[in-house]
Each structure stands twice: as C-alpha cells, then as structure tokens.
Design a protein around this ligand. Structure first.
Ligand code: CAA
Length: 246
C-alpha cells in the first residue's frame, strides 16, 4: 500500500471519526479541521489512546481563506493532500415557509460551498501529480428530498453535481471523484431529530435500523483503493434500502 496524506473535513464528527479511523488504519496520514478547540483536544486524546495520530487544524470550511491556509499548513506538515473527503456538514432543519436566510445560508455555505473552499486549494497539486481521490459525503436527502430540509437537500444534491463535473474534468489525470450518500446513521446529528419523528423515519428503512458510521467509512475506503481507479462520478447510496433510486 502507498501511504498518502488524507484530509477529512469534519473528521471529529460521527461519520467523520469513522472515516478518519479507517484511513489511518489503512496506513494513511490523516488530517482534519476543527472549530471547537476543547472538544477536539478530547477527541484527539481518545484517538491517540487507540493508536491513531490525527493532525488537526482550526478552520471553518465555510470560509475560503481559512481553507486555503488549512491546506497549506497540512501540506507543509504531512505532504501533498492526495485523498480528500468533503465530509463536514450541518443541519438547520425547518419547514421552508419558516426558514430564515441564516438557516439557509449556514447550511449551503458549510455543506456545499465548502466543496469549493477545500477542493480548490488541493486540486492543482493532484492534477500535477496525476493522482487523486476525492469523495463527497452527501446524503439520502439530497436524492429523495426531506420534509424540513430544503436547505440541506439542496446543498447535498449540489454536492453530487459538483462530483460529476469534477469527475469529468479530472478523469484523464488519474483523479477519481465520487459521492457517498449515507442514509440515517446513528450519529448526534440524527439523534437530534425529535424522537417521534425519528421513529417514523426508522420505520421506513427496510433494514429496520439506523446505519453505523463504520458502514459509511467502509465505502469511502473502497473508493480510495488503487483498484477503484475506474470508478468515477458514481453516487453510492448506503441507506439500509430507505431509498432505492437509480
Ligand atoms: N411528511 C408530511 N408531513 C410532515 C412530515 C413529513 N415527513 N413531517 C412533519 N410533518 C407535518 C406534521 O405532521 C405537522 O402537521 P400538522 O401541522 O398538520 O399537525 C406539520 O408537518 C408540522 O410542521 P411545522 O412546520 O410546524 O414543523 P415543526 O416546526 O414542528 O418541525 C421539522 C418540522 C423541523 C421538519 C421536524 O419535523 C423535523 O425535525 N423533521 C426531521 C427532519 C429530518 O429528517 N432531518 C434529518 C436530520 S439528520 C440528517 O440530515 C442526516 C442525513 O443526511 C440523513
């Protein structure tokens, strides 16, 4: 296996932690951004206790300048970013007729504009080196829509539009660009959905349970494999059968 430098945005979150662990266990050098210092130090300690050393940089993915300097710091410390997972994401759920501009723009900036902010500083290097793996962590709700998530569904659908354009532009340069669209995973984000609403959602999942973050990390690792070199522009749905569109 070739050891590479991987940047996983939002690596301290539910799905992010599982992706960081998996890439580190594969032997890659892993970096992530964070916003909350105290929470991140505690997280880093837990990772260290498991033998995983993660390089962390304070940066808000919704800010293009912070992202450019984050990439610079990571590349100086760990070497060129060859694997990028655009995973950072937030929700600000509300029915659209009650949604504020802040709820709209925070979600679009953090979930979708971040793809520009983080990918733009790494793509040039990947193109020069003629190797790269980029994965967007989108969502089932970008595919099927969701009551109360016009902002989130728009941003998550946009992430796949980004994937398929970037995939075309960079295919000949050894860079694959794919999307993973998780369904409802047992993370803090999903547990924040009111219990009675969540129960109704779980009842719609053919596999009858929430997903596990490791089940998403497994798919991300699959795209990173050297043998996955011919898979680009794909959108892999991992949702317990909750949405089977094709
Ligand atoms: N379909 C149809 N009607 C629905 C509905 C649905 N899915 N959900 C709610 N409603 C109805 C309610 O029954 C209620 O109807 P009545 O007024 O007739 O009683 C009405 O909508 C309530 O509307 P309000 O605007 O008053 O809603 P609210 O302020 O109480 O909250 C909500 C609405 C914020 C959307 C809340 O229902 C909610 O949090 N829903 C969950 C949204 C969700 O799935 N979020 C996913 C978060 S996790 C994630 O995003 C990760 C991922 O990628 C999967």
């Amino acid at each position: 296996m070739t050891q590479r430098t991987a940047l996983v945005t939002g690596g301290t979150g539910g799905i992010g932690t599982a992706i960081v662990r998996r890439l580190a266990r594969m032997g890659h050098k892993v970096a992530t951004n964070y916003r909350n210092e105290e929470k991140t130090r505690a997280w880093q300690e837990r990772m260290r206790a498991d033998g995983i050393d993660v390089f962390t940089v304070r940066a808000d993915v919704s800010d293009p300048k912070e992202c450019a300097s984050m990439v610079q710091v990571i590349e100086e410390k760990l070497g060129p970013v060859e694997i990028l997972v655009n995973n950072a994401g937030i929700t600000r759920d509300s029915t659209f007729h009650k949604m504020s501009y802040e709820q709209w723009s925070e979600v679009v900036n953090t979930n979708l504009n971040a793809c520009f902010n983080v990918t733009r500083p790494v793509i040039e290097g990947m193109r020069k080196r003629k190797w790269g793996r980029i994965v967007q962590i989108s969502s089932i709700n970008g595919q099927k829509g969701q009551y109360g998530q016009a902002n989130y569904a728009a941003a998550k659908a946009g992430m796949h539009g980004f994937t398929i354009s970037l995939a075309q532009e960079n295919a000949k340069l050894g860079i694959t660009v794919n999307t993973v669209s998780p369904g409802y995973i047992g993370t803090d984000m999903v547990m924040a959905v009111p219990e009675e609403v969540r129960e109704k959602i779980v009842a719609q999942i053919p596999l009858g349970r929430l997903g596990n973050p490791d089940e998403i990390a497994y798919a991300v690792a699959f795209f990173m494999d050297e043998q996955a070199a011919w898979i680009t522009g794909a959108n892999l749905a991992i949702n317990g059968g909750h949405y089977m569109g094709w």
